[in-house]
Design a protein. Sequence first.
Length: 602
Amino acid sequence: MKKIHVALMIVAAIAVVSVASFIFLGGSGTVVVAEVVDNDKELDDFVFVQKNDTLPIETDVELSKSVMIEYTGKLTGWSDKVDVQNLSGVVIFKIAIDGIPYDYIFRFTHIDNDDLNGYLKDGKPVIEVWADSGFTIELIRYDHRQYEDVKEYLFESYESYSDRNFTLPTYYGDSLFEKPSTERNMDLLAFALCLEMSSGIDGEDRAASVLKLLKDIGCANAVPNDTYSKEPTMESTDVAIGSKEWNGYNIIFLVMNGAKYKNEFASNVMIGGYGDHYGFSLVRDEGLRVLKEFIADNNITGKTKILVTGYSRTGAGSNLIAAYLSDTIAEGMVHDILGDIELTQEDLYGFSFETPLCGYYEEGGSWTSPTDPRYDNIWYVINEDDLVTYVPPKMYGFVRYGHQISDYPHDPAKSAGMLEIVLKRYNAEVAAAYDMSTFNTIGGFTYMSEFVDDFCYNFFTSLGDREFYYENVEYDFARFLYAVMSHDGLMMDIINEYGGPIVYVSDLYLYTNNETEFNNHFRPAVVKATQKYGCIQYTENILGAFWQVSELVKRYSDNDMYSMLTDADLLSMISNASLLLKSHMPAMVYGYVTQESDLYNF
């Protein structure tokens, strides 16, 4: 794919936001302006044109459904490069005033997006739109001067659907840290996402992209931990870290690779018997070890800002690190834990994406609520259609700390904007893969989140409580997953040796209720495959996992095969199998998050 070089279009916003809301009044073919909010009078320079008449953009103006807007102001020199983003209902006009670039951004909702158009007529802006019912207009004027130090940087990121790396833009300047961490900061959050997406790429050097990006923004001392250069284990975590100085502060960037990993997946099912998720705590502990060692090795002292970021597995680890450090700050233990630095809540930025439930909380006692103000500096983005964000279950006491950024997929305008960004930054094939409008509503579910939530509740209810899972399932299942993830082809060899998928699945469910007989029945196929791949030590773990899956399926279905075949959750899951994990992919999150930052969109 040709590298995308996108000039920095927005470096901040002074703005006048003007909203004109329209409602359809029963007369055929007309709409009426219901309300106009125009704080700085930018809309005074625009008019509606109806049958050669001009009408002001104000309340109670009656219009035909075919709406035309024209500019009547005195500004000249408008760029003929008008950006019309049909999917998201946006038209952008550009102009330089006294050498300063501005964008006039019109955003429409509740329109026929296919009939949205913008162009220059006699050198002045014109918009044509078809309003089928009540619709809104939002006008934002952006000045490109606010973040004078923000620049565009390119990084490599792995995209799973096409199984290759893409070059993407991100925008960073140290002034993004001027906002305290307790304030919503989509520009910095978007950079944290991009930094995370750079942390795991396809290639011999998994750390190449993240180290380059850290060094590009000024972290001359950026380094990876040693696991980046080793074969991943069940408990390892790739971590990159770097720092720079700005405005009297040290800024430390702690990045843990959850964007592309493999063998470490096994630790995701290691929830432990009590307290925080054990597998995610391993991520937390490695991140904290790297952070403490880095501060000591680089003799970092004085006022410090820390940004920690992670995705999926490491999103959970990032959330736990941010919570741990927030507790450290609240309890006055920064010097004891981190060394001779000054760190306040406002200077600790905790970001995570597609974050599983990871911490543990019980009502009462000494537990601190995950929404306690001490965690107001922690922000996480989850797609509520994403199965991963429902596990491990809330019924086991698991939580996330801090504030959730809004749920995007159920907002049609945000979904359209996501697809437009994916199309622009990746390609048409990737954008088509992430089009969730193909969701099959079989089972009566409108959104994937509905059946995922229902399925997870029924699944874990059938599985048993946390104590049962820990004592009977976790050990074998984690090692089964590690064997499969670290030996491509192992699972298919077992299935094929046994007689194929149909025979395998049928016997898994129906063969016997006796565990010893069950294991002896499947053992020959498992042993042959594990010997072939050099992992014979995992034979009993694989058999144990097969047995527990068989028992779980029986409990889930109440030993009634027909109920499995007619289960609404399973039918919906099967019919949407091609979409099930798409909601977890970084490309989709990139499309949702970057549209919330003005730096990326125009």
